[in-house]
Design a protein around this ligand. Structure first.
Ligand SMILES: NC(=O)C1=CN([C@@H]2O[C@H](COP(=O)(O)OP(=O)(O)OC[C@H]3O[C@@H](n4cnc5c(N)ncnc54)[C@H](OP(=O)(O)O)[C@@H]3O)[C@@H](O)[C@H]2O)C=CC1
Ligand SMILES: CC(=O)N[C@@H](CCC(=O)OP(=O)(O)O)C(=O)O
Length: 342
């Protein structure tokens, strides 16, 4: 079976990573590529690493350009997905890399994004309990944010195992591609290189409610997340350092067993052998996530650390993984867990 896939936002970072993965996918033929300011240009001028597509023209993002495909990937800025998706047929699989359909609570959406809530779609993190089944046959999927992917993979096993209290704390570092490709003065090389800095401190980052919603869903009760993102001087990668109170009686063997149970059979998540710790370098360019966990007995906290590539497992790789599940293809088809080193 060959499916025809269009990518809206082909000139951006997420769109470029989608195309890199789709070029290597044996079951996909690449159809329309669309953008906004870059419409009319050849893709080779924008994504020079995607040589087989160099002569393809970037079309304006319209329903007409995206019609007639089996799958449409949306890699657009927030707030633009609903208007496009509603003009695509119900039989078309629409995989949205943006945030528009991730949150279920309209008031929470409006508080963090400041626009009307578009709705919610099945959430594209198959590793969460019960989620894989909701993706089989789905025709609308919301890919998680990059930070939530890293944090949920690190912490959900502690909640699924009933071992963690409801106050999670997360400090995560991201590479600069997480901010997208649009020019910003605070992302100039001279502002970013050789320095790390926090942003969105004090509960203001829009990924906070996404983490709380899905951790709460696993825990079966509300979970609060104190989330501090930091910007790291690297192009790709997220390292998330997460902790939660260990409930009374939770010992190191219980913690290890809960993580092995939750992650042991996952094709893209590797619970590292005890004593080894995740690194962004080890997952660079791959759809893999690395996870490690420890119990800090003095602090009474479970400490879990994850590493992903924000553009791959954090966006485009997850989108392809979800496409495979939705269409009944083998889940790992076209995706790799092999990184690039050094
Ligand atoms: N970067 C990351 O690590 C992650 C990104 N995402 C999500 O993926 C989406 C894309 O992000 P990213 O690739 O980083 O962003 P970029 O800024 O790199 O790319 C944005 C893309 O959207 C296009 N675009 C801009 N404005 C419009 C518009 N009004 N209508 C149609 N198309 C438009 C741009 O086209 P042009 O260049 O031609 O103007 C470009 O192709 C976002 O929703 C983001 O939240 C999700 C997880 C992680
Ligand atoms: C480094 C950096 O700026 N990262 C982005 C997150 C990117 C992402 O996943 O966000 P979406 O919810 O937009 O899909 C940020 O903090 O806003």
């Amino acid at each position: 079976m060959t499916v025809r896939a269009a990518v809206a936002g082909a000139s951006g970072y997420a769109g470029g990573e989608l195309l890199r993965l789709l070029l290597a996918h044996p079951g996909v033929e690449i159809g329309a590529l669309t953008g906004q300011s870059s419409a009319g240009l050849r893709l080779g001028a924008l994504q020079p690493h995607l040589a087989p597509l160099a002569e393809r023209e970037v079309l304006p993002t319209t329903a007409e350009a995206l019609a007639g495909h089996d799958v449409v990937f949306l890699a657009l800025p927030h707030g633009h997905s609903a208007a496009v998706a509603e003009r695509l047929g119900e039989d078309t699989l629409v995989v949205d890399c943006g945030a528009d359909f991730r949150l279920s609570d309209a008031a929470v959406w409006e508080a963090f994004y400041g626009t009307p809530h578009a709705g919610s779609w099945p959430y594209g993190l198959p590793e969460l309990p019960g989620v894989r089944a909701t993706l089989a046959g789905a025709r609308r999927i919301a890919v998680p944010g990059c930070y939530p992917t890293a944090v949920l993979l690190a912490l959900f096993p502690a909640y699924a195992g009933g071992l963690a209290g409801p106050e999670a704390v997360v400090v995560a570092a991201s590479g600069t591609s997480g901010a997208g490709r649009a020019p910003r003065a605070d992302l100039l090389g001279s502002e970013v290189m050789g320095s790390m800095r926090p942003y969105g401190v004090g509960g203001g980052h829009r990924h906070t409610p996404e983490m709380a919603q899905y951790l709460g869903g696993v825990a079966g009760r509300p979970v609060s997340v104190s989330f501090t993102p930091t910007l790291a001087p690297m192009p790709r990668g997220i390292l998330a350092t997460c902790s939660a109170p260990a409930l009374p009686g939770a010992g190191p063997d219980d913690v290890r067993a809960a993580y092995e149970k939750a992650l042991g059979d996952e094709p893209f998540v590797r619970l590292l052998p005890e004593g080894q710790w995740p690194s962004t370098a080890a997952v660079y360019g791959s759809n893999a996530a690395q996870v490690q966990v420890a119990l800090d007995p003095a602090a009474g906290r479970i400490v879990a650390i994850s590493a992903i590539d924000n553009l791959t497992k954090g966006t485009a790789g997850a989108a392809v993984q979800c496409m495979n599940l939705a269409l009944g293809l083998p889940e790992p088809l076209g995706l790799s867990t092999i990184g690039v080193a050094p």
